[in-house]
Design a protein around this ligand. Structure first.
Ligand code: 13P
Ligand code: SF4
Length: 319
């Protein structure tokens, strides 16, 4: 059991060309996240951050959705389109944040905090979404948290770093689930500060999934879309970027004259700036997924029904 279609592909085949043809014939749409490889970004019909992709999934009129990102993103698309086929290139493309919150343990945690509303970051499983009052992404988390009365006790899951950041900006005291992103928690404050000294003209920008000590030295903190908008509008010409390396492709494309330097991680030999889950998506797997229309995201209808409520609440609050 591979989690992806494991079939031979004829040599010399024009994969992007064949993908385009199949897409038209099947009325399929390819939704891609900014963290996938440049090659896959360039063949996506729609590229976005987690919020934009959920919004796109909600309004698509395609018959077949091919989601090139990670599993929880495919699940979100399926929850919003229960009657459509949602396929992914590789079912093994998970997420350390989603995996940090198993449903049974989270249910027990929720029972320990009976007066609390549950706000869950979209980077969680469909089961956790089904246990939540509202879903957020890094683009709308602040606004949605602030939509709750100050006296309302809140649980924020599963990302403790994003939760901590929101607590520090809003003065809330949300109870945090102890999860973290394996890419964003690997940045080295020491090496970043050294790099900032060596590159005095560069601004340091970071995703809020980074640890608090890293966020404290950032010139700007934002979701992937906010970071892209910031570098495009900024008068600065050099940036040290603390988020997954895939984003650099769009930054460089939108701003060809600006310089983007990936922020250093604690272990410079490990390629920590790459999300190994996102990078499981390859053009070969994408081609085979579209050809055979699998692997498919399958969810229990009762989970879909429950998980849809907090996702739709998020989408309404994000207009
Ligand atoms: P956004 O797409 O909301 O910026 O989140 C980043 C991320 O880690 C996705 O897995
Ligand atoms: Fe999950 Fe982090 Fe990868 Fe995003 S970058 S999919 S949060 S492991």
């Amino acid at each position: 059991m591979h989690g992806y279609v494991n079939q031979p592909i004829a040599s010399g085949i024009d994969l992007p060309g064949e993908i385009r043809k199949m897409k038209l014939a099947k009325n399929a749409v390819i939704l891609g996240h900014y963290y996938i490889t440049a090659e896959l970004q360039d063949i996506s019909d729609f590229l976005g951050d987690s919020l934009a992709l959920a919004q796109q999934a909600q309004k698509t009129d395609a018959d077949l959705i091919l989601f090139v990102g990670v599993h929880f993103m495919g699940e979100t698309a399926k929850i919003l389109n229960p009657d459509k086929k949602v396929i992914v290139p590789d079912l093994n493309a998970g997420c350390s944040l989603a995996e940090s919150a198993p449903a049974e343990a989270f249910q027990a945690f929720k029972i320990q905090h009976p007066d609390h509303k549950v706000i869950s970051y979209i980077n969680c499983s469909a089961e956790i979404k089904a246990l939540s009052d509202v879903i957020v992404t890094s683009s709308n988390a602040m606004k949605i948290v602030e939509s709750f009365p100050k006296e309302q006790p809140l649980i924020f899951a599963p990302d403790k770093n994003l939760g901590n950041y929101i607590n520090s900006v809003t003065g809330r005291q949300m109870v945090l689930w102890n999860g973290a992103c394996m890419v964003h928690e690997k940045y080295s404050l020491e090496k970043i500060v050294k790099l900032m000294d060596e590159q005095p003209k560069a601004l340091f920008i970071a995703h809020p999934e980074c640890e608090q000590q890293v966020l404290l030295v950032a010139d700007f903190i934002g979701s992937t879309t906010a970071l892209l908008n910031y570098v495009a509008k900024s008068e600065a010409s050099e940036f040290i970027v603390a988020t997954e390396s895939g984003i650099l492709h769009q930054m460089q494309r939108n701003c060809p004259d600006k310089i983007f330097i990936p922020a250093p991680s604690i272990d410079s030999t490990c390629g920590c700036n790459d999300c190994s889950y996102m990078k499981l998506n390859t053009i070969q797997k994408l081609y085979l997924a579209l050809k055979y229309e699998k692997p498919e995201i399958i969810l229990d209808p009762s989970i879909i029904e429950k998980a849809k409520i907090p996702i739709l609440r998020m989408l309404e609050l994000s207009i």
